[in-house]
Design a protein around this ligand. Structure first.
Ligand code: KG4
Ligand code: ZN
Length: 341
């Protein structure tokens, strides 16, 4: 019997500060995953500067796509569909990837499939393995924090979300306050390993007893107040203790709420996604809690946690298989909500 042909997706991602392209087979096998990061450029400014991001995407995108195709050893003609992030994100940044995807789709006569960036992060869990729904997912990135019940590839329920800052945003702001610079998450992760997580009792914000929502701005303010108070009293600040104590407060709440959601939904597996899910303390604590409660924990390889196009290829594959096709009038939507098409 002839082998069934694999579905090949060329995926493009440019929603923030990474210009990325990938070729993914059947939503799982990563044939190439090229990421051109602008982080070094934005570090000087302490955060992402939208205008610079757009310009750098324009400069990088052709080469990134060429490399992704070359590395995959596939030609554009062999590709079945082109998947692209169309929101949420920085509008000028999104438009670069979207315009490129439309041009390629039109020129090569390939279907265009728009992908939600956060659905991409979730689908990173399917890359290079055979993990399947149902499960409860914790999505924690620089712009989003959600707990979702993923029933199947296309059906999910939002159980909770942040009411103010996203988890990654809190990491970045606290890192800036203790002079660690941008992007703060990986720096706090590293510094916390040297510090005492019990040195400072920062608040654990659970909100109402029955909610899966988060709030991180109170914790961020507690850290800033602590720093101010210590400085005013002429005390020397132990940055690694602040980093470890802040991180412990974030991780405890993320883990507790995710586990409670998984129990309530009666699933057997928990997944994590988004930039913050590469955090070593969060991975460790979630692994321990999952073992104690009998859940399988699925976490993407760190390279698929932060922004990349392979995850867009995975999400795009499931959209493509469900028959989704977008027209050349598809527009970037910087505020695209989960579940909105
Ligand atoms: O998913 P992502 O790459 O971009 C968005 O879609 O937002 O997430 C970026 C966020 C940043 O806030 C960054 O500080 C955080 O993820 N991050 C981390 C770690 N690596 C990245 N936060 C904590 N620990 C890490 N190891
Ligand atoms: Zn992201």
């Amino acid at each position: 019997m002839a082998e069934e042909k694999e579905v090949l997706i060329l995926a493009i991602e440019s929603s923030c500060d990474e210009t990325a392209a990938a070729v993914v087979a059947n939503g799982r096998r990563v044939l190439s995953n090229v990421i051109s990061s602008q982080i070094a450029l934005h570090t000087v400014f302490g955060g992402v500067v939208p205008e610079i991001a757009s310009r750098k995407h324009i400069e990088a995108i052709d080469q990134v796509i060429d490399e992704a195709l070359a590395e995959s050893k596939k030609t554009l003609e062999e590709i079945d569909a082109i998947a692209v992030t169309y929101g949420p994100g920085l509008v000028g940044a999104l438009l670069v990837g979207l315009a490129e995807a439309k041009a390629l789709a039109y020129a090569a006569k390939k279907p265009l499939v728009g992908v939600h960036h956060i659905e991409g992060h979730i689908c990173a869990n399917y890359l290079e393995n055979d993990f399947k729904p149902p499960y409860v997912a914790l999505v924690v990135s620089g712009g989003h924090s959600h707990i979702l019940y993923v029933k199947d590839y296309h059906t999910y329920e939002i159980l909770g979300r942040t009411r103010d800052d996203a988890a990654g945003e809190a990491y970045d702001k606290v890192a800036r306050a203790i002079g660690m610079g941008y992007p703060g998450g990986p720096k706090i992760d590293r510094a916390a390993k040297e510090g005492n997580a019990e040195a400072i009792a920062f608040p654990r914000v659970y909100l109402e007893e029955d909610t899966y929502d988060f709030s991180f701005s109170g914790l961020k303010s507690a850290v800033l107040n602590y720093l101010n108070k210590e400085q005013m009293q002429g005390h020397e600040i132990c940055e690694v203790d602040v980093a470890a104590s802040f991180q412990a407060a974030v991780v405890e709440v993320l883990v507790a709420k995710t586990i409670r959601a998984a129990k309530e939904k009666g699933v057997q597996a928990v997944a994590m996604a988004g930039g913050v899910s590469s955090n070593s303390a969060l991975r460790q604590a979630m692994q321990k809690a999952c073992e104690e409660n009998g859940f399988h924990l699925q976490v993407p390889n760190p390279i698929f946690c932060t922004d990349n196009a392979a995850m867009i290829g995975a999400a795009g594959y499931y959209e493509y298989c469900a028959g989704r096709r977008d027209g050349l009038d598809l527009n970037a939507n910087p505020n695209l909500q989960l579940g909105e098409k």
